[in-house]
Design a protein around this ligand. Structure first.
Ligand SMILES: [Ca+2]
Ligand SMILES: [Ca+2]
Length: 545
């Protein structure tokens, strides 16, 4: 979702004044474009159909069970000194991602945008944001990522476009325009609507269009089959280039049936199943959907959706909250196996940067990381999370979460650019950065590498079922099983030593330490039980033979 979605116009103006976003002033050609006279100077619309031509997929089978990183290209790495992150910068850091053990990356929108910031106001669905590079550079990114065994999924904004998108410019030209019914228009302002505190109906030349998130992001009419067919053509455009899948934005908001029926409507799931069907004609493509209020339902429709309903549990469990320990232990008993997990993301409604949520407590931070990296699902690390990046000290709102990556401790550039960063840096760039973390075997980054390494080394951790979880005070134990392969995970979130009574193991089996390295093993008794002692705020992982 866009950072503007939950803000009033006044709040947006305040944010713009505070952050000097390019999106806010003139960067996209302005947000006050005049309605063109019908038939005069309307921009050409490229809605050509695209036939499926799968270039194939050489990623390892089950690649989508590995660990992903969510990347904001604008803030990841600048290659040319203009202070703005770009595709060449990302390509140059692929070795860093490979060495971390990353299996896939999700790029926030790289398509051309009106906002020139987050990218969710898409002005061209079939081209690359000029500040990021070109289609040829995107092709190069795909080649280079695939050569390192890393899949690439891209954000796809299916619910709305930019107001400057040529299709909407045509649509608003008049009721007789052939693209009028690609968006939602009313001659009389509908009453009774309130979405996230806003009236979603926006005036234009005496008529009203539906745009709940921002007046510059009009919603598509997704009940018009021409619109969904065009979206499928766009999906094929990227799939044919070798993109490994998509993250769909705002899927709870696709179709509206009235002022009291605008979220998670039945037609949303149909739209998504149809898109998934189009993707299924390609090999091994992954789709993860953003539907915060129905993660399980959207996992069913899309194949995966983000577990917004579990982030709080993980973070509070890591702080030692007993109720949260229980909820975190129970979550995967009912969650669909395809679900995607995370601690936080680029939107403030999903929480501040993990470092800030833990108040800099790295012990708790590691327990949270271990929890979601060793539990089922596809974990998504938010770029910089692995080094403990804090939010921007002088920023607020979503911009605070989207600061340039702290590659070094350089207080002026963070090693992000040779020029001047387009946005101010993370508050802890001097102490939590890649250079300092790589040099320290006990750093957060080293811990993330170790947990991701366990997931890569033990297929039961990557894709096994979740079994026999048990909570003992502030400690939890659970098993992961894939066929006859088993792993045991024990995490003590508390400040006191604990004994975790595991059951349901093969009688007489041996637990061999996988983490920490060199830890002692344990013997399972004849009833399949074993007590696992675990020190305060530590993690133990075993294989079972
Ligand atoms: Ca650049
Ligand atoms: Ca909609």
């Amino acid at each position: 979702m866009s950072h503007l979605k939950f803000l009033t116009r006044t709040a947006i103006a305040t944010l713009c004044a505070a952050t000097a976003l390019a999106a806010c002033g003139g960067g996209g050609g302005g947000s006050t474009a005049q309605t063109p006279a019908p038939g005069v100077n309307l921009p050409a619309v490229d809605v050509g159909s695209v036939a499926a031509a799968d270039p194939g997929n050489a990623l390892p089978l089950g690649w989508q069970n590995g660990v992903f990183m969510e990347i904001f290209v604008r803030s990841f790495k600048d290659s040319d000194g203009d202070g703005i992150g770009d595709l060449r910068g990302l390509i140059a850091q692929l070795d860093y991602l490979r060495d971390l053990g990353i299996s896939g990356i999700w790029l926030m929108p790289v398509t051309r945008s009106q906002d020139h910031d987050h990218g969710y106001a898409v002005s061209d669905y079939r081209n690359i944001e000029a500040q990021y590079g070109s289609l040829a550079e995107m092709d190069e990114l795909l080649r280079q990522a695939h050569a390192r065994g890393i899949g690439v999924i891209v954000d796809y904004v299916i619910n709305h476009s930019a107001a400057e998108n040529p299709i909407f410019v045509n649509s608003k030209a008049g009721a007789s325009n052939p693209y009028r019914d690609w968006y939602l228009w009313q001659g009389l302002k509908p009453s009774g609507w309130n979405i996230y505190g806003n009236d979603p109906w926006r005036g234009s030349a005496g008529n009203y269009y539906f745009a709940p998130f921002w007046d510059q992001m009009p919603d598509f009419n997704l009940l018009n089959p021409k619109v969904t067919a065009w979206h499928h053509d766009n999906l094929r455009f990227w799939l044919n280039r070798g993109v490994d899948g998509f993250r769909f934005d705002a899927v709870g908001n696709l179709v509206e049936n009235g002022p009291g029926a605008w979220e998670n409507q039945p037609q949303n799931y149909t739209v998504l199943r149809d898109a998934r069907q189009t993707m299924n004609t390609y090999a091994q493509r992954f789709l993860v959907c953003e539907g915060p209020s129905d993660p399980f339902g959207y996992t069913s429709a899309c194949g995966s959706a983000f577990a917004f309903n579990n982030t709080r549990n993980i973070i509070d469990a890591a702080k030692g909250d007993a109720g949260a320990v229980q909820r975190s232990a129970d979550f995967h008993k009912t969650a669909p196996g395809g679900i995607s997990t995370m601690l936080s993301n680029h939107d403030s409604f999903a929480g501040q940067r993990a470092y800030d949520q833990f108040g800099g407590n790295i012990t708790q931070y590691k327990l949270a990381a271990a929890t979601y990296l060793l539990q089922p699902g596809t974990p998504f690390i938010y770029y910089g999370e692995e080094i403990g990046m804090a939010g921007g000290g002088s920023l607020s709102g979503d911009a605070k979460l989207r600061t340039p990556m702290s590659w070094s401790g350089n207080a002026g550039t963070a090693g992000f650019t040779s020029g001047t960063p387009y946005r101010s840096l993370s508050a802890n760039v001097g102490t939590f950065n890649v250079v300092s973390q790589q040099a320290d075997p006990n750093s957060l980054l080293s811990f993330y590498k170790a947990m991701i390494g366990l997931r890569r080394a033990l297929p039961a951790i990557a894709s096994g079922v979740y079994e026999s979880s048990v909570v003992a005070g502030s400690a939890v134990g659970f098993q992961r099983r894939l066929g006859s392969e088993r792993a045991v995970v024990v995490i003590n979130y508390g400040l006191l030593a604990a004994n975790v009574p595991l059951a349901g193991l093969p009688a007489g089996a041996t637990l061999t330490a996988a983490w920490p390295a060199g830890d002692t093993g344990l013997a399972v008794d004849a009833s399949g039980a074993v007590n696992v002692p675990v020190n305060p705020q530590t993690v133990r992982v075993y294989t079972v033979r």
